[in-house]
Ligand binder design. Structure first.
Ligand SMILES: Nc1nc2ncc(COP(=O)(O)O)nc2c(=O)[nH]1
Length: 267
């Protein structure tokens, strides 16, 4: 899943693809490099970011969705707003990627049910401005699992089909670095729930901290691509359904290494 943030303030690529031609060119470049889905987001979810209104988010996302759908690309819309998701599906997106797992908008599950669109339920505890205060867990794996199961129950109750649901542990969302690593280490716990699992580690803060320099200065987002690709390989090895990444080529190569390693026979 290739990330296309048509926002001015996303944490690692904010503003680079705000213009329509830049957004379309970047989407096609990721598609040519092998992305299976282009994930289009019009509102930054960066910790501490301010929300934008639905009109702004829609104005950013819809033209790009229309143009890329017309070119035959498979698209997900990264939004917590039901109206934006509905409009994007109408404009040609196929997948709803809701970082709030349906919590932010009570109508989202209904839109997913009515459209039949695959529905990514990510673990979330609140909007970006107060997310870090929510990163308190006694057992992060068990609590994230249980909270995601509640999201699944609500989605199913709204009429979403079981086979439409994809789970995502929500790395970096109301999580400190140790929580992110614990969730990756226990990816099987989420896979055992019986749904595909999407992993979104790309360029995130926990990787920057892992790669900090001698003075403890975290590696900047642009320097986290190799670590992201390593996570992609290990996530593939663990059975993840997909990885949501900025650098599609690096992760595709890394996932191919994992596949070759796993499938090597004695021949
Ligand atoms: N399903 C899913 N969606 C997401 N959307 C945005 C971000 C934030 O990262 P970005 O600012 O690079 O888009 N992370 C996720 C994620 O981990 N999973």
């Amino acid at each position: 899943m290739g990330v296309l943030n048509v926002t001015p303030d996303s944490f690692s690529d904010g503003g680079r693809y705000l213009s329509r031609e830049d957004a379309l060119a970047h989407a096609h470049a990721m598609w040519r490099r092998g992305a299976d889905i282009i994930d289009i987001g019009g509102e930054s979810t960066r910790p501490g970011s301010q929300r934008v209104d639905a009109e702004t988010e829609t104005a950013r996302v819809l033209p790009v969705v229309r143009a890329l759908a017309a070119d035959g690309l498979v698209l997900s819309v990264d939004t917590t707003r039901a109206a934006v998701a509905a409009a994007a599906i109408e404009a040609g997106a196929q997948v709803i990627n809701d970082v709030s797992g349906g919590l932010a908008d009570p109508d989202m599950a209904k839109v997913a049910a009515e459209t039949g669109a695959p529905f990514v339920l990510m673990h979330w505890r609140g909007h970006s401005k107060d997310m870090n205060a929510l990163a308190e867990y006694k057992d992060v794996v068990a609590e994230v699992r249980d909270e995601l199961c509640a999201r699944v129950d609500d989605a199913l109750a709204a009429g979403v089909a079981t086979e439409a649901i994809v789970l995502d542990p929500g790395l970096g969302f109301a999580k400190r670095a140790e929580h992110d690593w614990a969730l990756l280490h226990s990816l099987d716990v989420f896979l055992d729930l019986g749904f595909p699992v999407l992993v979104g580690a790309s360029r995130k803060r926990f990787l920057g901290r892992l790669l900090a320099d001698a003075e403890g200065e975290p590696r900047p987002p642009s320097g986290r691509e190799v670590a992201t690709a390593a996570v992609s390989a290990l996530a593939a090895q663990a059975g993840a359904w997909g990885v949501r990444v900025h650098d599609v080529g690096a992760s595709l190569d890394a996932v191919k290494v994992a596949a070759a390693w796993r499938e090597a026979s004695g021949g």
